[in-house]
Design a protein around this ligand. Structure first.
Ligand code: CP3
Length: 344
């Protein structure tokens, strides 16, 4: 591996500078992406290995990031689970047959990745070949809760009324569904590792809609089990948002790296997570809109809070927002590299 700075940081080994990659580094803020997207739907892009491979590599070429993340989605397992997924124009994911009761839950199929998401695994193999060790490749999945919230609500949600309805009203059914999704997550991640992913991230993007006691009872056991099920020796990033008030519980789910959003100070978050774990984060994605001087000040503040300690991976607190100027994204990556250079 030519650049293993990211993997070293995951393992809290010494690095010459702080590695950086960005959630949603491939996407609609980039002209190269939009040129392809103009001709294909998002799901078709995911399901065509050559396109997924090309789009994965775009930010690596353009931005000089220290890791690639496979172009895919947390919702790709749905088809194999027997759940119909569409991306409606400008509306995000829409699920026509949401999972609401016992019969729906029993009908959910546990996927076989080599059959059900073969195109993703093929894309990973192609990316690995193209990268030929330039930077590591990250695979990913949704965490069981975030996946459950989509399939129960039928899409994105503001108040999670159906999800919490099942959780609070029918806890036995909730647990039955979460057991299944956890196994799906475990298989989805391990298949990506088998195909060549060198690290994986679990996105619990919506866990923060829960209070700490509900997170502990209804979510933690499953995220923990999914993480424990990942092939040993492969770094796992446990990412969530809006969980700053109970990071002490989130860290119990495990992971070599805990990803945090910008609603917490990185130094405080790291204290809670423990310095025996690596941390990823946590610039506010809106800071990328500029001005550049302000972005630099905030970037420096985060690096200062990390204090040169082993195991900081620079990232945003959540994904890049559509409309972000690509030159600012490039400037951020350069800034992190320059400001954090340790000298040798
Ligand atoms: O980081 C990367 O470059 C990899 C790409 C990636 C995508 N989705 C591509 C994508 C990753 C890591 C994801 C994960 C994902 N997908 C999450 C968790 C991450 C997070 O943001 O918290 C979630 C919740 C999803 C589900 C999903 N997929 C939603 C809600 C949407 C609509 C979002 C939107 O902005 O419209 C998607 C679509 C999606 N996934 C796009 C991309 C590039 C946009 C598709 C398009 O071109 O229209």
């Amino acid at each position: 591996m030519k650049n293993d700075v990211f993997l070293k940081a995951c393992r809290r080994e010494p690095v010459p500078y702080t590695p950086v990659w960005l959630m949603r580094q491939a996407g609609r803020y980039m002209k190269e992406y939009m040129d392809i997207r103009a001709k294909h739907s998002f799901l078709d892009m995911c399901r065509t290995p050559e396109i997924a491979c090309e789009v994965t590599l775009q930010p690596v070429r353009r931005l000089n990031v220290d890791a690639a993340i496979i172009f895919a989605d947390i919702l790709l397992p749905l088809e194999g689970m027997g759940i119909e997924l569409e991306f409606a124009k400008n509306e995000g994911p829409v699920i026509n047959n949401p999972i609401r009761g016992a019969a729906d839950i029993d009908a959910v199929r546990v996927i076989e990745p080599e059959n059900d998401v073969w195109y993703l695994l093929e894309a990973i193999r192609m990316v690995k070949k193209e990268l030929s060790g330039a930077v590591p490749l990250i695979g990913f999945s949704g965490a069981p809760f975030t996946l459950a919230s989509y399939i129960i609500e039928g899409g994105g949600s503001k108040n999670y009324i159906h999800t919490k309805g099942l959780m609070y009203g029918e806890p036995r059914l909730w647990h039955r569904l979460m057991e299944k999704i956890t196994e799906i997550t475990r298989r989805y991640l391990n298949a990506q590792i088998e195909a060549g992913a060198e690290a994986v991230q679990i996105f619990d993007s919506w866990a923060g809609c829960l209070g700490p006691d509900d997170y502990r009872e209804f979510v933690l056991p499953y995220t923990k089990k999914a993480i424990e099920g990942v092939k040993k020796g492969v770094p796992v990033i446990n990412f969530s948002t809006n969980t700053g008030t109970y990071l002490d519980i989130v860290k119990e789910a495990g992971g070599d790296v805990v990803g945090v959003d910008w609603r917490v100070r990185l130094d405080k978050a790291w204290q809670i997570i423990g310095h025996d774990k690596a941390i990823q984060g946590n610039l506010d994605p809106v800071a990328l809109f500029g001005p550049l001087g302000e972005m630099e000040k905030r970037t420096k503040a985060i690096l200062d809070m990390a204090g040169g300690r082993l195991g900081h991976i620079f990232n945003l607190g959540h994904g890049i927002i559509v409309g972000t100027p690509v030159e600012n994204v490039k400037a951020l990556v350069d800034m992190v590299h320059t400001l954090s250079a340790r000298g040798s």
